[in-house]
Design a protein around this ligand. Structure first.
Ligand code: NAD
Length: 434
């Protein structure tokens, strides 16, 4: 019998996937914002405007389950700021999604789009659900009803969802179809991350990992680090993490450890990633891969390595483990993996952090390309997509690195300073209506 979602959530004695639910993630986002606002000397009114989310929608909606029963789910869609253009951001399906988390992620999306110069504000959505407990039919029912609930808020000129944790191209196809059926004609531009046959972009599924590796290459250049000799550790062997791992290996870096929610595998000589992938396909996890030692999720982060790529969920690098991290470079493929306390420790220890809003901006950048292709009804080749992505990531890295040296601040503050300055300018120029 289908386990009711509410029971499933209640049965979780501790937050899974390492999320510390006591910490209000939106507070973390506002703290980061305040640090950059101080550097910029932002006036009080602008601080007040930008530290709030413009729109927050909570929906409670019924879904018919396979056994004929009905479960009610809670979902969110938050738009942080529509000053720069339509809002943009993924949809997350996870049992511990909260409004605070979605608000933080929406705010980070505003800064992320601004840091790479996209004509978007930030948004995010989420549904409190463990999708692993649903059948495909239930997942489809949930997606279609959630889409219908948020439909007045979204649209190709208004707010454009995309995949995030536990959502994928199939879910985006259902979302696009539901929106289109409700409106009466096909609207491919309402979402990105669609399957390629439905107008998805070449290169989108790899874009986050690829963009992250472009920022690591730039970092290696400024630090004088030889990536062919530099070891890499990846926490979270999902979409972003597995692509980043593969591309680092293609640059010659021995990828010595990878992990997922069940644990990690470590081989100091470098993992055979093809073998790890095959093992994961077969068993659903990297754990148990034979040519490596099993390690815990705590151990993964503090292994000897030059490059560490957190690519799982938020609040992974904290005051408790930041002092033990051995990497020279941390590239945040995940959103919000480092707490503000840990940031200070890492900065004091001279560890170079490529912040999430820069390191993982490749995903939204190629989402933007997908949206442009949908509006023009003219697809680009994968080569075009990857080259344009490289140009944007290189240019954005240069700009953030320049700000970090000019203001003598670390890369996160530098990225925020650039982004907030841009969004504040939009807000100033547009004024307050009415
Ligand atoms: P995903 O679901 O494909 O992968 C997440 C992986 O992390 C899974 O392998 C999961 O098992 C693992 N994981 C979960 N908890 C873990 C833990 N405590 N320790 C180790 N591994 C753990 O998701 P994704 O799309 O790759 O997203 C990962 C992160 O990257 C998220 O923070 C997401 O917001 C961010 N991100 C993703 C994209 C994108 O385009 N996919 C874009 C920008 C940012």
């Amino acid at each position: 019998m289908q386990l009711k979602q509410a029971e499933a959530v209640a049965n979780l004695s501790a937050p899974i996937d390492g999320i510390d639910e006591d910490r209000d993630l939106f507070q973390v986002a506002v703290e980061q914002f305040a640090i950059a606002a101080d550097v910029l000397g932002l006036d009080d009114d602008m601080r007040e405007i930008l530290s709030h989310c413009q729109r927050e929608l909570i929906v409670n909606f019924p879904v018919e389950m396979d056994d004929g029963s009905v479960d009610v789910f809670t979902g969110y869609r938050v738009q942080h700021n529509s000053g720069p253009g339509p809002t943009k951001g993924g949809i997350r399906y996870h049992q511990s999604v909260t409004l605070s988390e979605v608000k933080a992620l929406a705010m980070w999306m505003t800064w992320k789009c601004a840091v790479v110069g996209l004509p978007y504000g930030g948004a995010k959505g989420g549904v409190q659900v463990n999708p692993k407990l649903l059948s495909q039919a239930e997942l489809q029912n949930l997606t279609r009803r959630y889409t219908t609930e948020i439909q007045p808020f979204i649209g190709p000129n208004q707010d454009i969802p995309a995949p995030d944790v536990n959502t994928n191209p199939q879910i985006m196809a259902w979302l696009m179809d539901t929106y289109s059926m409700n409106i009466g004609y096909s609207v491919p531009g309402v979402t990105t991350g669609k399957p390629i046959v439905l107008g998805g972009s070449e290169g989108r599924s790899e874009a986050t990992g690829r963009g992250c590796v472009f920022t690591i290459e730039n970092t290696a250049r400024v630090l004088g680090l030889d990536l062919a000799k530099a070891r890499t550790v990846v926490q979270g062997f999902g979409n972003a993490g597995s692509v980043a791992a593969r591309l680092m290996a293609e640059l010659g870096s021995p990828v010595v450890a990878v992990s997922d929610s069940r644990g990690g595998v470590y081989n100091p000589d470098g993992l055979d990633l093809t073998g790890v992938n095959a093992h994961k396909l077969r068993t659903g996890t990297v754990v148990g891969f034979s040519e490596a030692e099993s390690i815990t999720n705590e151990e993964v982060l503090v292994l000897p390595t030059e490059v560490l790529i957190p690519a799982a969920l938020e609040n992974q690098i904290t005051a408790d483990n930041a002092g033990m991290i051995q990497a020279q470079v941390i590239a945040e493929a995940a959103n919000g993996p480092t707490t503000p306390e840990a940031d200070h420790i890492l900065y004091d220890r001279g560890i170079f952090v490529i912040p999430d809003i820069l390191a993982n901006a490749g995903g939204v950048t190629v989402s933007y390309f997908e949206w442009v292709q949908a509006l023009q009804a003219f697809p680009w080749t994968e080569h075009e997509v990857n080259e344009r992505l490289r140009q944007i990531m290189n240019r954005s890295f240069e700009a953030v690195y320049g700000t970090s040296t000019n203001y003598a601040v670390h890369m996160r503050t530098a990225a925020l300073v650039r982004a907030i300055d841009r969004v504040a300018e939009f807000t100033r120029l547009r004024g307050i209506y009415p």
